[in-house]
Design a protein around this ligand. Structure first.
Ligand code: PHE
Length: 340
């Protein structure tokens, strides 16, 4: 019987060493220690043994059982560990894989110009405000003293939404909004989109940008206006730039002027770009706020005066960045935009 036990032990330990999964493990457990297991049977036959043999063999059989149990437990651990490893391996994600990189954009040249202009005016004590692109006829024309028959009111020049609402044709209605909301002293600029029924060519687009400025206070004079514009142009384009004021007409300013500045190319010498004149014409419109406009907004025109100016931001951007076609500013072709 001792030999038999030794044999069982050896065989069982060997088998345990080689098991690879839970099913095999269970089979082995049953084979040796199940109800009809080889070891169980031996323990059951103990009764047949002599009194001397019984304790010896009993002890041996128990030790073997413990040994096998321990072996099976170890094998169980080993199999679980392997399963876990396999699972981790299967679920592994390669976080080092290369993905498409996203290109970081940068400021559009138009916005860069607007920000530069706004910062310049902020440094001169102006505040920046905003106005809506969809405006009332009242703010866009009526309050700005535009006569009923003014050509800019024409259906063929202006995008009307209905009889009272339109896409603003200039940023000047922001003047009205500012004067109705604030009390003098007022010193604001406002930039944004404007719309006119224009055909597209190299320098025209039905959607374009303007920057408006307004100052209202006691004793504001034409000299203040001219000085402000002169400083601003020099800051923007260089100390050697000159400004020239030509009389003009706007319904909402009186007197009014158009401003020319030295040609950006030749700085005043005269070249092909400026047709030899040395001047870049019509860079902005300006004037003293019409007393009627002040009164329309509830500001006492006997006590207060003001000046206003408006300029085309697209035009300034094109000059600054040497862009010869306005379409390029709106097509958003990255090959173009990446150059700035
Ligand atoms: N709104 C005028 C235009 O669009 C420009 C302007 C603004 C003129 C302010 C005078 C004062 O042409």
């Amino acid at each position: 019987m001792i030999d038999k036990l030794k044999l069982i032990r050896e065989e069982a330990l060997n088998n345990i060493k080689n098991i690879n999964n839970i099913e095999e493990l269970e089979k082995l457990r049953v084979k040796y220690m199940g109800k009809k297991g080889e070891l169980t049977l031996i323990l059951r036959e103990m009764g047949k043994l002599s009194k001397e043999e019984r304790p010896k063999i009993g002890q041996m059989a128990n030790e073997i059982r413990q040994e096998l149990e321990k072996g099976l437990a170890n094998a169980n651990e080993r199999i679980k560990e392997e399963l876990k490893k396999e699972k981790i391996q299967k679920e592994k994600i390669d976080i080092s894989i290369r993905t498409k990189t996203k290109n970081l954009g940068h400021t559009h040249p138009l916005l860069a110009t607007i920000e530069e202009l706004e910062n310049l005016f902020i440094s001169m004590g102006f505040s920046v405000i905003e106005g809506p692109e969809i405006e009332t006829v009242a703010n866009n024309f009526d309050a700005l003293n535009s006569p009923e028959n003014h050509p800019s009111r024409d259906l063929s020049d202006t995008f009307y939404i209905n009889e009272e609402i339109l896409l603003r044709t200039h940023t000047s209605p922001v003047q009205i909004r500012a004067m109705k909301q604030m009390k003098p002293p007022i010193k604001i600029v406002s930039a944004g989109r404007t719309f006119r029924f224009d055909d597209v060519d190299d320098t025209h687009s039905p959607m374009f940008h303007q920057l408006e400025g307004l100052v209202v206070d006691e004793n504001v004079s034409m000299a203040n206006l001219m000085h402000t514009i002169d400083i601003f142009i020099k800051e923007l384009f260089g100390e050697d730039m000159k400004t020239r004021f030509r009389p003009h007409h706007f319904p909402f300013t009186e007197p009014s002027a158009e401003v020319d500045v030295s040609c950006f190319e030749c700085r005043g010498e005269g070249c092909e770009v400026c047709n030899g004149t040395g001047w870049n014409i019509e860079l902005l419109g300006c004037g003293m706020v019409h007393p009627k406009v002040l009164e329309n907004c509830g500001i006492d025109s006997k006590k207060y005066t003001g000046f206003a100016f408006g300029m085309g931001v697209d035009r300034i951007t094109m000059v600054k960045y040497n862009i010869d076609n306005i379409r390029l500013l709106f097509e958003n072709d990255n090959r173009f935009l990446e150059q700035f």
